[in-house]
Design a binder for this molecule. Structure first.
Ligand SMILES: Nc1ncnc2c1ncn2[C@@H]1O[C@H](COP(=O)(O)OP(=O)(O)OP(=O)(O)O)[C@@H](O)[C@H]1O
Length: 263
């Protein structure tokens, strides 16, 4: 468990959130969760459960996908984030790493990293250098490839770059969407280590993962979303022991008759 937060340290509060896409599609209903300062919180759920939608609602990117918050609140510390844009979220200290390693393929590693700092364009060059050094310490492979086009990196390296780019904005809360998706097991282990290191440096993480084993091993708290609603919440280690999570999300056959199809 993380150390007790200092007084006034910001936490993310999502309160009774409803989100729709277009006029009809209800993607989230009455979703509430908290990410305490310095914590790792995992968000699990099947395809289409609404995990990405929740991250978009927090990072201010929902409108870019024609979604809208129709009820509820998103607050990070004193900042109200619902109804705001991504720049407001970044300024408040909240940065999302989108699913699918969306790096700028035609730009170099270095240019991608610079782009990550642009949301905070009044920062002193020394801070930018410091953020860059932090990224290169976490990801030495990026330091060796600063002039390489991002599109030529391996999948794992692109995921590192996507995370590194987000870290350039010096987030206090990182929203990570499926960082292990499509990566080889060794790279998944490396990404897990990186999440641990980032968290140990004081950044809270809201981690969306289909790899429930990895997510629950990293998180202190976890929530399970099903068709837009939170079905289970609790201590990550406790959730990992429940039959439903073991069967549906950890791939264990506690009851062969039920199979794993619902996940
Ligand atoms: N831009 C969009 N326009 C319309 N519907 C959308 C849009 N994005 C997501 N949805 C729908 O909202 C619901 C929740 O999707 P979301 O991507 O948040 O789920 P998810 O849990 O992240 O799933 P996945 O693991 O597949 O990414 C789904 O029914 C999905 O089809």
């Amino acid at each position: 468990m993380p150390a007790a937060p200092p007084d006034g340290a910001p936490a993310l509060h999502v309160e009774s959130l409803d989100v729709t896409y277009g006029r009809a599609l209800s993607a989230l209903r009455s979703v509430s969760l908290t990410v305490p300062h310095g914590a790792v919180v995992a968000l699990l759920g099947a395809n289409g459960a609404g995990k990405t939608t929740l991250l978009r609602a927090v990072s201010g990117t929902l409108r870019l996908h024609r979604g809208a918050i129709t009820a509820g609140r998103v607050r990070y510390g004193d900042a109200v984030l619902d109804g705001r844009d991504p720049v407001a979220a970044v300024r408040a200290g909240v940065v999302q790493v989108p699913e699918g390693r969306r790096v700028f393929a035609g730009l170099t590693v270095d240019e991608n990293l610079r782009a990550g700092g642009l949301g905070l364009n009044r920062r002193a060059p020394a801070q930018v250098r410091e953020a860059r050094e932090r990224v290169f310490t976490l990801f030495p492979r990026l330091a060796e490839r600063t002039r390489q086009a991002a599109g030529l990196l391996s999948g794992g390296e692109q995921q590192m770059l996507a995370i590194g780019r987000a870290l350039m904005a010096a987030p206090r809360l990182l929203l990570l969407d499926e960082p292990s998706l499509g990566l080889a097991p060794m790279m998944v282990d490396r990404i897990a280590e990186v999440v641990r290191e980032i968290n140990a440096q004081g950044t809270a993480v809201l981690l969306v993962e289909q790899n429930a084993g990895m997510a629950l091993s990293l998180a202190q708290h976890a929530h399970v979303l099903e068709v837009g609603e939170i079905r289970l919440s609790g201590d990550a280690a406790d959730l990992a022991r429940t039959d439903a999570v073991r069967r549906l999300y950890l791939g264990e056959t506690t009851d062969a008759a039920d199979g794993k199809g619902a996940a």
